[in-house]
Design a binder for this molecule. Structure first.
Ligand code: PEP
Ligand code: MN
Length: 263
Protein backbone atom coordinates (compact mmCIF):
# COMPACT_ATOMS: atom_id res chain seq x y z
CA UNK A 1 0.00 0.00 0.00
CA UNK A 2 2.86 2.41 0.70
CA UNK A 3 4.68 1.65 -2.57
CA UNK A 4 5.07 4.12 -5.45
CA UNK A 5 4.08 1.27 -7.74
CA UNK A 6 0.61 1.31 -6.21
CA UNK A 7 0.27 5.11 -6.12
CA UNK A 8 2.52 7.34 -8.21
CA UNK A 9 1.61 10.77 -6.82
CA UNK A 10 2.99 12.01 -3.49
CA UNK A 11 0.68 11.52 -0.53
CA UNK A 12 0.03 14.45 1.72
CA UNK A 13 -0.73 14.28 5.42
CA UNK A 14 -3.19 16.85 6.72
CA UNK A 15 -2.61 18.00 10.30
CA UNK A 16 -5.07 20.72 11.26
CA UNK A 17 -4.68 23.26 8.48
CA UNK A 18 -1.13 22.13 7.61
CA UNK A 19 -0.28 19.95 4.61
CA UNK A 20 2.81 17.81 5.22
CA UNK A 21 4.47 16.36 2.14
CA UNK A 22 3.31 19.24 -0.07
CA UNK A 23 5.33 22.04 -1.62
CA UNK A 24 6.38 23.60 1.71
CA UNK A 25 9.03 22.19 4.04
CA UNK A 26 7.64 21.82 7.58
CA UNK A 27 9.81 21.97 10.68
CA UNK A 28 8.68 20.40 13.95
CA UNK A 29 10.78 21.74 16.82
CA UNK A 30 10.88 21.63 20.59
CA UNK A 31 12.54 19.97 23.52
CA UNK A 32 13.35 16.27 23.75
CA UNK A 33 11.19 16.18 26.91
CA UNK A 34 8.56 18.50 28.32
CA UNK A 35 10.11 19.60 31.64
CA UNK A 36 8.00 22.51 32.93
CA UNK A 37 5.34 25.03 31.89
CA UNK A 38 7.95 27.76 31.53
CA UNK A 39 10.24 25.55 29.44
CA UNK A 40 7.62 24.30 26.98
CA UNK A 41 5.82 27.62 26.52
CA UNK A 42 9.00 29.66 26.04
CA UNK A 43 10.29 27.06 23.57
CA UNK A 44 6.99 26.98 21.69
CA UNK A 45 7.06 30.78 21.32
CA UNK A 46 10.70 30.81 20.20
CA UNK A 47 10.38 28.04 17.60
CA UNK A 48 7.19 29.58 16.24
CA UNK A 49 8.93 32.92 15.82
CA UNK A 50 11.80 31.17 14.03
CA UNK A 51 9.38 29.56 11.55
CA UNK A 52 8.59 26.11 12.94
CA UNK A 53 5.03 25.02 12.16
CA UNK A 54 4.69 22.35 14.86
CA UNK A 55 5.90 21.76 18.42
CA UNK A 56 7.51 18.54 19.66
CA UNK A 57 7.98 17.45 23.27
CA UNK A 58 8.24 14.03 24.89
CA UNK A 59 5.96 13.16 27.82
CA UNK A 60 6.33 9.37 27.93
CA UNK A 61 10.06 8.87 27.30
CA UNK A 62 11.54 5.50 26.33
CA UNK A 63 14.99 6.03 27.91
CA UNK A 64 17.91 3.64 27.47
CA UNK A 65 18.42 3.50 31.26
CA UNK A 66 15.50 3.05 33.69
CA UNK A 67 17.29 5.47 36.05
CA UNK A 68 17.15 8.39 33.61
CA UNK A 69 14.32 10.96 33.49
CA UNK A 70 11.24 9.15 32.17
CA UNK A 71 9.19 12.22 31.28
CA UNK A 72 6.33 14.04 33.02
CA UNK A 73 3.84 11.57 31.53
CA UNK A 74 0.22 12.81 31.94
CA UNK A 75 1.39 16.19 33.30
CA UNK A 76 3.61 16.54 30.24
CA UNK A 77 0.61 15.96 27.95
CA UNK A 78 -1.34 18.66 29.79
CA UNK A 79 1.55 21.13 29.42
CA UNK A 80 1.77 20.39 25.71
CA UNK A 81 -1.94 21.15 25.42
CA UNK A 82 -1.33 24.47 27.19
CA UNK A 83 1.53 25.36 24.85
CA UNK A 84 -0.68 24.45 21.88
CA UNK A 85 -3.43 26.73 23.13
CA UNK A 86 -1.01 29.53 23.96
CA UNK A 87 0.81 29.57 20.60
CA UNK A 88 -1.55 27.88 18.15
CA UNK A 89 1.24 25.44 17.21
CA UNK A 90 0.06 21.89 16.60
CA UNK A 91 1.95 19.29 18.61
CA UNK A 92 3.58 15.91 18.29
CA UNK A 93 4.57 13.62 21.13
CA UNK A 94 5.69 10.03 21.35
CA UNK A 95 3.33 7.17 22.09
CA UNK A 96 5.39 4.60 23.99
CA UNK A 97 2.89 1.74 24.34
CA UNK A 98 -0.67 0.63 23.68
CA UNK A 99 -1.64 1.22 27.33
CA UNK A 100 -1.14 4.99 27.02
CA UNK A 101 -2.26 5.33 23.39
CA UNK A 102 -5.74 6.67 24.13
CA UNK A 103 -4.44 9.34 26.53
CA UNK A 104 -1.66 10.41 24.16
CA UNK A 105 -3.98 10.47 21.14
CA UNK A 106 -6.32 12.82 23.01
CA UNK A 107 -3.52 15.36 23.51
CA UNK A 108 -1.54 15.28 20.29
CA UNK A 109 -1.99 16.18 16.63
CA UNK A 110 0.59 13.64 15.45
CA UNK A 111 1.42 10.36 17.17
CA UNK A 112 5.18 9.80 17.15
CA UNK A 113 6.27 6.15 17.09
CA UNK A 114 9.87 6.06 18.28
CA UNK A 115 12.85 4.23 16.87
CA UNK A 116 12.73 1.67 19.69
CA UNK A 117 9.14 0.83 18.79
CA UNK A 118 9.40 0.67 15.01
CA UNK A 119 8.78 -3.06 15.09
CA UNK A 120 6.38 -3.11 18.03
CA UNK A 121 3.70 -4.65 15.86
CA UNK A 122 0.91 -4.40 18.44
CA UNK A 123 1.58 -0.67 18.73
CA UNK A 124 1.74 -0.27 14.94
CA UNK A 125 -1.60 -2.06 14.62
CA UNK A 126 -3.14 0.04 17.38
CA UNK A 127 -2.04 3.37 15.84
CA UNK A 128 -3.27 1.97 12.53
CA UNK A 129 -6.74 1.69 14.06
CA UNK A 130 -6.75 5.40 14.98
CA UNK A 131 -7.25 8.15 12.44
CA UNK A 132 -4.45 10.34 13.83
CA UNK A 133 -1.43 11.18 11.67
CA UNK A 134 1.62 9.09 12.63
CA UNK A 135 5.30 10.05 12.47
CA UNK A 136 7.07 6.68 12.22
CA UNK A 137 10.76 6.79 13.09
CA UNK A 138 13.28 4.36 11.63
CA UNK A 139 14.61 1.78 14.09
CA UNK A 140 18.27 2.08 15.02
CA UNK A 141 19.14 -1.12 13.19
CA UNK A 142 16.29 -1.20 10.70
CA UNK A 143 16.74 -1.35 6.94
CA UNK A 144 14.79 0.92 4.61
CA UNK A 145 12.70 -2.11 3.64
CA UNK A 146 11.87 -2.83 7.30
CA UNK A 147 10.81 0.81 7.79
CA UNK A 148 8.49 0.52 4.80
CA UNK A 149 7.03 -2.73 6.14
CA UNK A 150 6.42 -1.10 9.53
CA UNK A 151 4.52 1.68 7.73
CA UNK A 152 2.59 -0.99 5.86
CA UNK A 153 1.32 -2.36 9.22
CA UNK A 154 -0.23 1.04 10.01
CA UNK A 155 -1.68 1.69 6.56
CA UNK A 156 -3.05 -1.88 6.36
CA UNK A 157 -5.29 -1.04 9.34
CA UNK A 158 -6.78 1.87 7.45
CA UNK A 159 -4.71 4.79 8.76
CA UNK A 160 -3.12 6.25 5.63
CA UNK A 161 -1.77 9.36 7.38
CA UNK A 162 1.82 8.17 7.85
CA UNK A 163 5.02 10.23 7.70
CA UNK A 164 8.35 8.36 7.64
CA UNK A 165 11.31 9.70 9.60
CA UNK A 166 15.00 8.96 9.12
CA UNK A 167 16.71 9.50 12.49
CA UNK A 168 20.08 7.86 12.15
CA UNK A 169 21.16 4.25 12.36
CA UNK A 170 23.81 2.40 14.35
CA UNK A 171 27.05 1.84 12.49
CA UNK A 172 30.69 1.17 13.54
CA UNK A 173 31.19 4.95 13.79
CA UNK A 174 31.12 6.10 17.40
CA UNK A 175 32.27 9.71 17.14
CA UNK A 176 28.62 10.60 16.55
CA UNK A 177 25.56 9.23 18.39
CA UNK A 178 24.15 7.64 15.21
CA UNK A 179 24.91 7.85 11.51
CA UNK A 180 22.26 9.96 9.80
CA UNK A 181 21.48 7.93 6.70
CA UNK A 182 20.63 10.61 4.18
CA UNK A 183 20.78 7.90 1.52
CA UNK A 184 17.38 6.93 2.88
CA UNK A 185 15.79 10.20 1.74
CA UNK A 186 16.05 9.80 -2.06
CA UNK A 187 15.59 6.04 -1.71
CA UNK A 188 12.36 6.44 0.25
CA UNK A 189 11.13 9.19 -2.07
CA UNK A 190 11.58 6.76 -4.98
CA UNK A 191 10.09 3.73 -3.20
CA UNK A 192 7.07 5.26 -1.47
CA UNK A 193 4.53 8.04 -1.89
CA UNK A 194 4.56 8.82 1.85
CA UNK A 195 6.14 12.08 3.13
CA UNK A 196 9.72 11.73 4.39
CA UNK A 197 11.04 13.70 7.37
CA UNK A 198 14.53 13.77 8.90
CA UNK A 199 15.59 14.09 12.54
CA UNK A 200 19.11 15.55 12.42
CA UNK A 201 19.26 15.87 16.24
CA UNK A 202 19.19 12.15 17.02
CA UNK A 203 20.81 11.48 13.64
CA UNK A 204 24.15 13.02 14.56
CA UNK A 205 23.70 13.72 18.27
CA UNK A 206 26.20 16.61 18.32
CA UNK A 207 24.71 20.05 18.91
CA UNK A 208 27.17 22.08 16.80
CA UNK A 209 26.74 19.69 13.87
CA UNK A 210 22.93 19.68 13.80
CA UNK A 211 22.44 22.78 11.57
CA UNK A 212 24.66 21.28 8.82
CA UNK A 213 22.54 18.13 8.82
CA UNK A 214 19.32 20.19 8.77
CA UNK A 215 20.59 21.85 5.60
CA UNK A 216 21.78 18.56 4.12
CA UNK A 217 18.44 16.84 4.78
CA UNK A 218 16.51 19.57 2.97
CA UNK A 219 19.00 19.51 0.08
CA UNK A 220 18.52 15.72 -0.13
CA UNK A 221 14.78 16.21 -0.65
CA UNK A 222 13.23 15.77 2.79
CA UNK A 223 9.65 17.03 3.17
CA UNK A 224 10.37 18.27 6.67
CA UNK A 225 12.52 18.14 9.78
CA UNK A 226 12.04 17.37 13.46
CA UNK A 227 14.62 19.20 15.57
CA UNK A 228 15.35 19.35 19.30
CA UNK A 229 15.42 22.89 20.74
CA UNK A 230 15.82 23.80 24.42
CA UNK A 231 16.04 27.16 26.25
CA UNK A 232 19.19 26.03 28.08
CA UNK A 233 20.61 22.88 26.43
CA UNK A 234 23.33 22.12 29.04
CA UNK A 235 20.61 21.92 31.70
CA UNK A 236 18.12 19.80 29.71
CA UNK A 237 16.81 16.65 31.41
CA UNK A 238 17.34 14.68 28.21
CA UNK A 239 19.36 15.08 25.02
CA UNK A 240 20.78 18.54 25.85
CA UNK A 241 24.03 17.62 24.06
CA UNK A 242 22.12 17.55 20.75
CA UNK A 243 19.59 20.35 21.39
CA UNK A 244 19.91 23.77 19.77
CA UNK A 245 19.29 26.91 21.80
CA UNK A 246 16.88 29.53 20.46
CA UNK A 247 19.42 31.62 18.57
CA UNK A 248 21.13 28.58 17.01
CA UNK A 249 17.73 27.34 15.85
CA UNK A 250 16.72 30.70 14.42
CA UNK A 251 19.95 30.94 12.43
CA UNK A 252 19.62 27.36 11.15
CA UNK A 253 16.04 28.04 10.05
CA UNK A 254 17.20 30.97 7.92
CA UNK A 255 19.72 28.69 6.18
CA UNK A 256 17.10 25.97 5.67
CA UNK A 257 14.72 28.49 4.09
CA UNK A 258 17.45 29.62 1.68
CA UNK A 259 18.12 26.03 0.59
CA UNK A 260 14.41 25.24 0.24
CA UNK A 261 13.93 28.37 -1.87
CA UNK A 262 16.80 27.37 -4.16
CA UNK A 263 15.33 23.93 -4.90
C1 PEP B 1 12.88 11.54 20.49
O1 PEP B 1 12.37 12.03 19.46
O2 PEP B 1 13.14 12.22 21.52
C2 PEP B 1 13.28 10.13 20.45
C3 PEP B 1 13.33 9.38 21.57
O3 PEP B 1 13.62 9.72 19.22
P1 PEP B 1 14.01 8.26 18.67
O4 PEP B 1 12.80 7.41 18.88
O5 PEP B 1 14.31 8.52 17.22
O6 PEP B 1 15.21 7.80 19.44
MN1 MN C 1 15.50 13.09 22.26
Amino acid sequence: LVSREVKQEDSQVRVGDLTLGGAAIHVIAGPCSVESREQIISTAQAVKKAGATMLRGGAFKPRTSPYEFQGLKGDGLALLAEARKETGLLVTTEVKDTATLAAVADHTDILQVGARNMQNFSLLEAVGETRKPVLLKRGISATIKELLMAAEYIVARGNTQVILCERGIRTFENMTRNTLDLNAVPMLKALTHLPVFVDPSHGIGVRKAVPAMMRAAVAAGADGLIVEVHPDPPRAKSDGFQSLDFSEFEKAMGEVRAIAAAM
